[in-house]
Each structure stands twice: as structure tokens, then as C-alpha cells.
Design a protein around this ligand. Structure first.
Ligand code: E4P
Length: 217
């Protein structure tokens, strides 16, 4: 399973990249707004800065919601860097835009996906990635991980090439459950990635090794 970091924060991206485990980045308008990026030029420059930090795909979301606006913006975003994946919401116009952009050879990520039906349309439109939102489903007492499993099963049964990118991951256990569910990618906050490191027996064992190593000095 590939690991993307779900942030537009350059420092966090740098930290995950330094760990040597990062395969890509996802952003969305809310994450970009948190970085106080204002104006089209600054937004484009910020995406470029992210692309310069990582080796893999960087999802940049269109702000437009109509077909014409999305394909114009999508093509502009794609010109920033070959690593850009254009992120498009799962709406009627969004599905049309994904079909259009993927026809032009532009990588796409169909976002705000909450059902198998939406994931089916994304795959049929040729999306590179589909982003089911786990945490937001869990927030309303539905089961986000079950949705990931269901999408993976259907894509494998019918041979769809679209990669399942589990999104809206809130904690470390979501990442582990995404592995079991067969997700191709999990996009995670830095904290959830770092949580994978934690084990009290590692801390305890290391403390003993440090003590014993000191005896040999
Ligand atoms: C990433 O592609 C999504 O935009 C993001 O994971 C949403 O996460 P949230 O539900 O925590 O805002």
C-alpha cells in the first residue's frame, strides 16, 4: 500500500519525506486555506513547492464546480508539474471533467466519494484514483472501511484500473484497517503516520539496550 500525506503544510511534507516512506501528497481547498495561501499565483507556486519536495503524485483540487471551469483549471494545474494529479469532486460535471481530463492523459483523483455507485462512475470515467472518505463516514455512524473493502472488491472483480485511495483517515488504526481492506493508497495526516512507530515494548527494550550498551564503554 502506498503512503500519501494529507496536508498542504510544507514542513510536514518535508518531515514525512525525510522518513523515506512517502509516496505522494494530497491536498484540498481546506488544507490549502490553512496555509494562508492567497491568490491564484500563490496557490500555483505552493503546489510547485510541494512537487519539489516529493517524488510521487501531488493531488491539487479544482476550485471550480462547473464542467468548463473544472477542465480549464484542471489543465492549468496539470501544467504546473508532471507530478500533479487533478482532484475533482464526484458530481455530474466532475465525472464529465474526469472523463475529459483523463482523455487528455491528465491524472485525476475523484474526491468526496461516499458510495460504491460514485466509485463506479469514477472508474468508468477513467479516474487514476478514487478517494472514499473514511473518517467522514465514521463521523455519521457509517463504516468507512467497509466502503473501501466494497470498492476494492468491485474494482478487482471487473478489472477497473482506478486506484483506491483511502482518504479522510483520522488515526493510526484506520491505516492498519486500510491494509486489510486492500486499499492501493492511504492518505494520512502526519500524526497518524507517526503513530505507526509507537509501541511501549520498543521504548522499554531500547531503554534496556541503552543501559547495557553503557556498561561496555
Ligand atoms: C484527501 O484527499 C481528503 O480531502 C481528506 O483526506 C479529507 O479529510 P478530512 O475528512 O479529515 O477533512
Amino acid at each position: 500500500m502506498k503512503f500519501f500525506i494529507d496536508t498542504a503544510n510544507l514542513e510536514q511534507i518535508r518531515q514525512a519525506q525525510e522518513m523515506g516512506i512517502l509516496d505522494g501528497v494530497t491536498t484540498n481547498p481546506s488544507l490549502m486555506a490553512k496555509e494562508n495561501v492567497k491568490g491564484k499565483e500563490a496557490v500555483m507556486a505552493h503546489y510547485k513547492a510541494i512537487c519539489n519536495l516529493v517524488d510521487g503524485p501531488v493531488s491539487a483540487e479544482v476550485f471550480a464546480t462547473d464542467f468548463e471551469g473544472m477542465i480549464k483549471e484542471g489543465q492549468e494545474l496539470a501544467q504546473i508539474d508532471p507530478k500533479i494529479t487533478v482532484k475533482v469532486p464526484c458530481t455530474r460535471d466532475g465525472i464529465r471533467a474526469i472523463k475529459y481530463l483523463s482523455g487528455k492523459g491528465i491524472a485525476t483523483n475523484c474526491t468526496l466519494v461516499f458510495s460504491v455507485g460514485q466509485a463506479l462512475l469514477a472508474a468508468k470515467a477513467g479516474a487514476t484514483f478514487v478517494s472514499p472518505f473514511i473518517g467522514r463516514l465514521d463521523d455519521i455512524s457509517e463504516d468507512g472501511i467497509s466502503l473501501v473493502e466494497h470498492i476494492v472488491r468491485i474494482y478487482r472483480t471487473y478489472g477497473y484500473k482506478t486506484q483506491v485511495l483511502a482518504a479522510s483517515i483520522r488515526h493510526t488504526n484506520h491505516i492498519i484497517r486500510c491494509l486489510d481492506a486492500g486499499a492501493d493508497v492511504a492518505t494520512c495526516p502526519l500524526k497518524a503516520i507517526e503513530g505507526l512507530l509507537n509501541h511501549p515494548l520498543t521504548d522499554k527494550g531500547l531503554a534496556i539496550f541503552i543501559q547495557d550498551a553503557a556498561k561496555m564503554k
